[in-house]
Structures are given as structure tokens and as C-alpha cells.
Design a binder for this molecule. Structure first.
Ligand code: ADP
Ligand code: MG
Length: 255
């Protein structure tokens, strides 16, 4: 079942007198339960694309439909995770996850404790954000986004600020969530290994203007191993696409 449909999406920004095309003719359909990763050089429009899907940017041309409804603004059925966790420092883990919902209600309380288990933060219910590591704080923000069962979770380089070890642990946590909840994920990253490791399809973007260069299905079963030859083969393919992107960039620079 198609969950998200993007058709002929264009987004330009006016800076002074010049108009810059950030996204041009983006077409993408995402099925329910898919894990899409998006990679591409800095400035190719990845964040702009996510913001448009989230309804945070509506000044575009073309159609964006979620569950057969036009995306016209932000809503709780579209969860968004930024690179930094954006928690309320004065609230405990539990209260951050519950956001505005009262924990006194049995249903909320149960859901929050279920999510705490899911993101592996048992024992930290009453801790404050300053007492958490970067990875733990990001897990709180993921749990908060999942509280109202969003149709899609949009993640903009969510592990970009974490060290390699924490990052790899976070990938396991996120895959575990995906396998248990089948939440549709759209995940932006700079990291090729991360993109392949997580995705059911990798979307490779070109810069200036931002277009989709290629969509590569990753048919490897989970759990995946980054050292397996099948993984490495796909990695080579993605890398060679990236080299072409870079060559285009350089030849443009010389024009
Ligand atoms: P990415 O996330 O891939 O690094 P962005 O989506 O942030 O790229 O940006 C794509 C392009 O659009 C960049 O050239 C950026 O400078 C430009 N851009 C993004 N947001 C704005 C804005 N609010 N005003 C003007 N230009 C913008
Ligand atoms: Mg970005």
C-alpha cells in the first residue's frame, strides 16, 4: 500500500534577486512500512525534502500526499527527529516522552513505559536530559515522536552528532523499533554504510538543483553485516554513484 506520494515536487528559494532551485521534479512513492534512507552531498535538498513531507514547508510546487491526503501543515501523524534531541531540560525522561499528555492517565502511562522499554531506557524514567548521554537523549526524542503512532517518522541526520560506537548502537535500536512497530521511516544521512545498513531502499540525490539520481533497493535480509560481501557489493555501487555526483560537481565548478 502506498503511504506517501510525491509528484513533480519543485522548491525554489529567492535570495536577493536570484532564484535558487533547491528541489526539482522530485517523484517518489513510499509504501507503508518501508525504510527509506536518503543520501547526497550537503546542500542537495535533503532537509528541504523532509521539511516538505513534514508539512513544515508548504511553499512548493507539485503534490505531496500522505495516506491519500494532501500534506498542508505539521501534524502528529508525522514525527520529526532532528540531529539534536530538542528535549525540555526541566522535564524528566518520562515527562518528555509524554509531552503534553498527562501521565496520570493509565493509557498514557502504559504507553510511555512501553516506549521506554522499546528505546532501552528502563531505569532512567525520572532522569533529566542533562544526566543523559547524547545517544540516550536521542532515544528519548524518538520515543516521544512514537507516542502517538505516527504514520511516518522523518529523521534528519539523527545520529550525525554521535560517536561511531553510539551510532552503531542507535542503528540497532532503530531497526528493532522498525521491526516491532513497522513504522514507515524516511531517514537522511551522510553515511553510506548507515544508509545501506538500515534501508529497504536508498535514495541518492544530486545537488544544484536537488534531484533524485537513483533509488537502489536493498534486498539483504536483517540482521545485516557491514563486512559481508553482498553488503560490500552494494556499497561499491552506491560509492560509484557518489563519485559520479562529485565529478558532475567538479565539472560544473570549472564551467
Ligand atoms: P541538505 O539538507 O541536503 O544539506 P538543504 O535542504 O538544507 O540541503 O538545502 C538545500 C539548498 O537550499 C541549499 O543550497 C540551501 O542553502 C538552500 N536553502 C535551504 N533552506 C533555505 C532557506 N530557508 N532560504 C534560502 N535557501 C535555503
Ligand atoms: Mg540537511
Amino acid at each position: 500500500m502506498t503511504l506517501l506520494q510525491i509528484r513533480k515536487l519543485d522548491r525554489s528559494f529567492q535570495t536577493g534577486k536570484s532564484v535558487m532551485k533547491a528541489l526539482e521534479r522530485i517523484d517518489l512513492s513510499v509504501n507503508k512500512g518501508e525504510f527509506i534512507t536518503v543520501i547526497g552531498p550537503s546542500g542537495c535538498g535533503k532537509s528541504t525534502l523532509l521539511k516538505i513531507i513534514a508539512g513544515l514547508d508548504t511553499r512548493h510546487e507539485g503534490a505531496v500526499m500522505l495516506d491519500n491526503q494532501k500534506v498542508s501543515g505539521p501534524s502528529i501523524d508525522k514525527g520529526f527527529i532532528f540531529q539534536e534531541p530538542r528535549l525540555f531540560p526541566w522535564l524528566t525522561v518520562e515527562k518528555n516522552i509524554a509531552a503534553n499528555l498527562p501521565l496520570k492517565e493509565k493509557e498514557t502511562k502504559e504507553k510511555v513505559s512501553e516506549l521506554i522499554k522499546l528505546v532501552r531506557l528502563e531505569g532512567f524514567e525520572n532522569a533529566y536530559p542533562k544526566e543523559l548521554s547524547g545517544g540516550m537523549a536521542q532515544r528519548v526524542s524518538i520515543a516521544r515522536a512514537l507516542l502517538r503512532n505516527p504514520k511516518v517518522l522523518l529523521l534528519d541526520e539523527p545520529f550525525g552528532a554521535l560517536d561511531a560506537f553510539t551510532r552503531s548502537h542507535m542503528q540497532e535500536v532503530l531497526l528493532d523499533i522498525w521491526e516491532k512497530n513497522r513504522t514507515t521511516m524516511i531517514f537522511v544521512t551522510h553515511d553510506i554504510d548507515e544508509a545501506i545498513y538500515l534501508a529497504s531502499r536508498v535514495v541518492i540525490m544530486n545537488p544544484r538543483p536537488g534531484t533524485i539520481r537513483e533509488v537502489i533497493p536493498i534486498e539483504l535480509p536483517h540482521p545485516r553485516r557491514k563486512t559481508d560481501s553482498a553488503f560490500q557489493k552494494i556499497r561499491q555501487r552506491v560509492l560509484s554513484e557518489f563519485e559520479k555526483v562529485e565529478e558532475n560537481e567538479q565539472s560544473e565548478a570549472f564551467q
